[in-house]
Write a protein that binds this ligand. Structure first.
Ligand code: P53
Length: 489
C-alpha cells in the first residue's frame, strides 16, 4: 500500500476564481476584477482609464500603469471573476459534495481584499472574517482539513494603485498584518497554510511578455525578494501564534527537459531549473539565496535592495513543507530548428514523446514523478501536490450526465506516478487536484476550460444557473479515495 493511511486526498480552488461576490460583504476589488475574459489565443485584458479620461483595454502586463491612470471596470466588457462560480453563496452545497467524494483536505485561499478591502486599513472587515470562519466550520463538520493559501494572485487593487504593488517594501508589512489577522482569527480551525501561490511565476512567465527589458527583471526580482521576506515573516508569526501551524511554500512546478543531448542544451536546461524553479524553493526552504542567484541577477543587471534584517527573516522563516502545482513539462534547446509549443502559458519546444492538451499543455505523468523525487531529495521536507488536473471541454448530456474519460485517464496516470514516487521513498503527504469544482481559468478567464469533478452551469458570456452536476470523474475519484488510492480503474 503505497499511500499512507492518513494521506490528504482532496481538491483545490482559489478565492478570486471561485467566490464571485466581488463587491459583496465589504470586499474591495483586486486586479482580477478589472481583468476581462480571454481564450487560448487571445490574452485577457486589463481595463483602465488614463489621466485624460480615455478608456483602455490592454493585455495583462506586470508593468505599472502610466502616470495618472487608474484601473476601472468599463461597460462593454465582461469580467468573469466578478461572479465566478458564486462559491460565496454555494459553499455549503459544494462542501457537501466534497464530503460525498470523501475529501480529507480542501485547499482554498483567502481573498485579501475581503479581509482588508484596501490593504492598508488598521481594522479588518468583520464580514469577511465571518465568511471564512463559516467556511472553515463547515469543512470541520465533515472532518475536512482546510489548507489555506494566504495569497493567490489577488493583491488588493488599492495597494497596486497607491503603493505600486509588490515592488514597494511597504507591502511586506501590509501582508504580515493580513497574515497575522488570519492566524489569529482562524486559530484552531486552520493548521495548514501556504504563504504565496506559485511565487515563481513572477520571473518564470516574464519571458511570455513582449520586449522584456532588464528593468522588468529588476522589478520582478525585487517583487520576489519582498514576497520572500513577507513569506518568512508570516512563517514566524504563524508559528508564534500557534505551534500547531504547518506553513508551506507553493511553487509552479514545471519539469524542464533538454530537447537534445547537446551539452549546451543540458546546461541551458539546468539554468532554467535554477531561474524558474529552484530559486524560490531554495530561498523559502533553505533560508538563504543560492550561489547561482548572483549569476541570475548579473545576467539582467539586477541590483536588489536587501537589508541585513531581511536576511535574518529569511533564515528564521523557512517553511515546514514543500508544495507545488503540476500540469506539464517543457523542453528547452539552444537549437533553432524545432517546433515551438506556443500554448497558453506553455512555452518551449514540442516534445515528440508527449501529447498536448487542448490548451497546449504537455501531458506528462513521468514528469511528476521526476519532480517529486528531485525535490524530495533537494529539501527533505514533506511534500504535497496541491494542483494537478486537465483543463478540458465537457459536454452535458440530455440526462445531465457528463462523461469525461479523458480526465479520468489523466488522473489515473498521475496518481500512478505519485505511487511510484512514494514507492521510492518520497515523503508525499497530500494531493489536492485543481479546480475540483469547475471555476474561472486564471490564464484565460474561461469557464469552458474545465477541471472539475463537479460541473458548474455557467458559460463564458455569464449565462447559466450555477447548478452543480456530478461528472463521471466524481464517482471515479470517490472510489479512489475510498480505497486510499488502490482502485485506479
Ligand atoms: P489555468 C499557468 C501555468 C501553470 C499554472 O491554470 C498556472 C498558470 C497561470 O494560468 O496557474 C495555476 O486556470 C494557478 C491557478 C490556475 C491553474 O494553475 O490557466 O495556481 O490559479 O487556475 C490552472 O488553466
Amino acid at each position: 500500500m503505497p499511500f499512507p493511511e492518513n494521506f490528504f486526498w482532496g481538491g483545490a480552488i482559489a478565492a478570486n476564481q471561485a467566490e464571485g461576490a466581488w463587491n459583496v460583504g465589504g470586499r474591495g476589488p483586486a486586479k482580477t476584477d478589472v481583468t476581462t475574459g480571454g481564450s487560448y489565443k487571445e490574452a485577457r485584458k486589463v481595463t483602465w482609464i488614463d489621466k485624460d479620461g480615455n478608456p483602455h483595454a490592454e493585455p495583462e502586463s506586470r508593468r505599472p500603469l502610466p502616470k495618472g491612470a487608474h484601473y476601472a471596470v468599463l461597460d462593454d466588457f465582461f469580467y468573469p471573476n466578478h461572479d465566478a462560480i458564486d462559491f460565496y453563496h454555494h459553499y455549503k452545497e459544494d462542501i457537501a459534495l466534497f464530503a460525498e467524494m470523501g475529501f480529507k483536505m480542501f485547499r482554498m485561499s483567502i481573498s485579501w481584499s475581503r479581509i482588508y478591502p484596501h490593504g492598508d486599513e488598521n481594522e479588518p472587515n468583520k464580514e469577511g472574517i465571518e465568511f471564512y470562519r463559516n467556511v472553515f466550520q463547515e469543512l470541520r463538520k465533515y472532518d475536512i482539513e482546510p489548507l489555506v493559501t494566504i495569497w493567490h494572485f489577488d493583491t488588493p487593487l488599492y495597494l497596486e494603485e497607491h503603493y505600486g504593488g509588490w515592488e514597494n517594501r511597504k507591502l511586506i508589512d501590509f501582508y504580515a498584518k493580513f497574515a497575522t489577522t488570519c492566524f489569529q482569527e482562524f486559530k484552531g480551525l486552520v493548521k495548514y497554510w501556504l504563504t504565496f501561490n506559485e511565487i515563481n511565476n513572477t520571473v518564470m512567465f516574464l519571458s511570455l511578455e513582449q520586449d522584456v527589458t532588464n528593468a522588468d527583471y529588476q522589478r520582478a526580482y525585487q517583487q520576489l525578494h519582498n514576497q520572500f521576506v513577507a513569506s518568512a515573516k508570516a512563517v514566524q508569526i504563524g508559528h508564534a501564534i500557534d505551534q500547531e501551524n504547518n506553513i508551506g511554500c507553493m511553487i509552479c512546478g514545471i519539469t524542464y527537459y533538454p530537447l537534445t543531448s547537446d551539452p549546451k542544451d543540458i546546461l541551458l536546461n539546468r539554468h532554467n531549473w535554477e531561474q524558474n524553479i529552484f530559486y524560490c524553493g531554495d530561498v523559502q526552504c533553505r533560508g538563504n539565496y543560492p550561489t547561482y542567484a548572483k549569476r541570475l541577477w548579473e545576467a539582467h543587471d539586477v541590483h536588489l535592495e536587501i537589508t541585513p534584517e531581511d536576511m535574518v527573516d529569511l533564515d528564521l522563516g523557512t517553511v515546514d513543507f514543500y508544495t507545488f502545482s503540476y500540469y506539464m513539462s517543457t523542453a528547452v534547446t539552444t537549437h533553432e530548428n524545432n517546433e515551438k509549443v506556443g500554448g497558453n502559458f506553455s512555452m518551449g519546444s514540442r516534445n515528440p514523446y508527449l501529447e498536448y492538451s487542448d490548451w497546449g499543455w504537455a501531458v506528462d505523468p513521468d514528469g511528476l514523478q521526476y519532480y517529486l523525487e528531485m525535490m524530495n531529495d533537494r529539501y527533505q521536507l514533506p511534500m504535497m501536490v496541491v494542483e494537478n488536473g486537465l483543463g478540458a471541454y465537457d459536454t452535458v448530456e440530455e440526462d445531465g450526465s457528463i462523461h469525461d474519460p479523458y480526465r479520468i485517464d489523466y488522473f489515473k496516470k498521475h496518481v500512478a506516478a505519485m505511487e511510484r514516487a512514494l514507492d521510492h521513498g518520497v515523503d508525499l503527504i497530500g494531493y489536492t487536484p485543481w479546480g475540483c469544482i469547475d471555476l474561472v481559468s486564471a490564464g484565460t478567464g474561461e469557464m469552458r476550460k474545465r477541471y472539475g469533478f463537479i460541473y458548474v452551469d455557467r458559460d463564458d458570456a455569464g449565462n447559466g444557473t450555477f447548478d452543480r452536476l456530478r461528472k463521471d470523474s466524481f464517482y471515479w475519484y470517490k472510489k479512489l479515495i475510498g480505497s486510499n488510492g488502490e482502485e485506479l480503474d
